[in-house]
Ligand binder design. Structure first.
Ligand SMILES: Nc1ncnc2c1ncn2[C@@H]1O[C@H](COP(=O)(O)OP(=O)(O)OP(=O)(O)O)[C@@H](O)[C@H]1O
Ligand SMILES: [Mg+2]
Length: 314
């Protein structure tokens, strides 16, 4: 049995490398490639495992890239329940240009899933989630997955008796109607959701409260990048500031934040403390080099700094 299950419908094998310059037409000679697991729910499971709270990652996996992804996850000690699919898991390709420090990120669409494969993922989730307390569904949806898929997940999860956390964007986010415990849009995603600018904190809180009032979820945590997060429930709203962190890499800040929040909730912490732990995990990820997410000691250090009252320097 596992307390936390994550679901990633559009995982990726992330390949990153370096090149002196990225130019058209000529061959761009690259450095030694590095392979990392990618995809929202997979990253959340990786961070939770690193924090000492094991999670099981459920995801579709196909071809050589799928097997490579499974091996990488296993080497980090992350439990997985995979659904074998006919097409290959997608690969994402990042080139860091040495001369300029610019980063070029090429993101491919995921493999199209057949209806039976989508159903198999739901079954895998339902069986893994028996007895679990939190389910985290995170990331985009590949072709072939209905836009209201996360609503189907919410219906499955309410049957299991677990709490559902969703981190997604665009039409799959808009298609949610009920049954979610916590939604974690970034401010950019919330803006897309409401279709207009959200300049003041009051505007942001009102937009998040409208989602809670419609009964979609109990909690909305809006992540605000360097400004931390604001969380809204029927009882009120609270802003949690982040730390002043030198931005080393933006990779995985949101996923680390979700993992931090779920870590706190699993331990029975109050929502505000769990959100603060999430903000600490996001800050720790921002300060970690390359594709590294965050480690427990750094998250605890950031959390202690935040709890001692300050958005101080790290
Ligand atoms: N520059 C920063 N300085 C300090 N903390 C940060 C910074 N950027 C992100 N964080 C932390 O990480 C959390 C998540 O970051 P962010 O709001 O960018 O979400 P995201 O999901 O990565 O965004 P998106 O999905 O739109 O790319 C923030 O709430 C904050 O706690
Ligand atoms: Mg995000």
């Amino acid at each position: 049995m596992t307390d936390i299950v994550t679901l990633t419908m559009n995982p990726a094998l992330d390949i990153s490398t370096t090149a002196d310059r990225v130019v058209a037409t000529d061959k761009v000679r690259c450095g030694v490639p590095r392979r990392d697991p990618g995809g929202g729910g997979i990253n959340v499971a990786r961070v939770l495992t690193a924090l000492g709270e094991p999670a099981t990652a459920v995801f579709p996996s196909g071809g050589h890239s799928g097997r490579a992804l499974e091996d990488l996850i296993a080497s980090e000690g992350v439990r997985a329940h995979t659904v074998t699919i006919r097409r290959s898991t997608r690969e994402s390709f990042t080139v860091n240009e040495d001369r300029t420090g610019l980063q070029y990120r090429f993101v491919l669409p995921g493999p199209e899933l057949a209806a039976v494969e989508v159903d198999a993922c739901l079954h895998a989730l339902a069986s893994t989630a028996q007895g679990a307390r939190f389910i985290v569904a995170s990331g985009s949806l590949p072709p072939g997955v209905p836009v209201d898929f996360f609503q189907t997940v919410a219906d499955v999860v309410s049957g299991v008796g677990a709490r559902l956390v969703v981190d997604t964007s665009g039409p799959p986010l808009r298609a949610l109607r009920r049954g979610v415990y916590l939604l974690k849009p970034s401010i950019r995603e919330l803006r897309d959701y409401v279709g207009h600018d959200l300049r003041s904190v009051d505007d942001q809180v009102a937009a998040a409260r409208a989602i809670v009032d419609r009964g979609v979820c109990a909690v909305v945590v809006v992540s605000l990048g360097a400004d931390g997060a604001v969380h809204v429930t029927t009882e009120g709203a609270e802003h949690t500031r982040s730390l002043h962190v030198p931005v080393v890499s933006g990779i995985g800040a949101g996923d680390s934040m979700v993992a931090g929040i779920v870590f706190g909730l699993t331990r029975g912490w109050e929502l505000r403390d769990a959100v603060r732990y999430g903000v600490a995990a996001g800050a720790a990820a921002i300060g970690s080099p390359g594709t590294a997410l965050c480690d427990r000691a750094e998250v605890d250090r950031c959390y202690a700094l935040l709890s001692s009252g300050g958005a101080g320097e790290t």
